[in-house]
Design a protein around this ligand. Sequence first.
Ligand code: IMP
Length: 181
Amino acid sequence: MKETTLNGKVFEEIISKEQIEQIVHELSQKINQDYQGKQPIIIAVLDGAFIFAADLIRNFDFDHQFRFVKLSSYEGMESSGTIKYLLDIDLDLENQDILIIEDIVDTGITLHQYSQHLSVKKPRSIEICSLLSKPNALQHKDLHIKYCGREIEDEFVIGYGLDWDYKARHLPAIYQLRKDS
Ligand code: IMP
């Protein structure tokens, strides 16, 4: 079992670099099929999704616009419950197809609130693509993640863009906090 230590805590590798590559490949194939002939607006959520989004969109073979938004709900290892819009997009979204790219859906509060915020602009569709999700932590059970890379346990993870207090984003694999750590 590969391990890494951060701030005195031990994290174990749960998804390798190669497995991430395979997940990204499979997700992008599905998305390519579904968006042929459409011109969606792809919205990647900063900060955590920047690496995943960069890898994913380089496999896309349909016409699209790509934007970043910056949302924040986490403080340390906990979700704060309300999201802050640190960078939003100023676009007419009426009748547009929107695909949100996220690194991880935990409680679902961020994407539930953000989807509602986008719905007001009357898009044709809003779908979510998330590399990871924690079904046991999800508070908004109606949040539909159409493209989900991998469901994981309700434990804190780092790597491949996911941070702990701005550290560990550079790790090429996903590491989970060891239960006894
Ligand atoms: P939610 O609002 O609880 O679904 O949390 C969504 C955001 O919290 C994600 O976009 C991440 O930035 C952050 N987050 C949730 N779980 C983790 C984790 O295990 N590691 C690092 N960041 C996380």
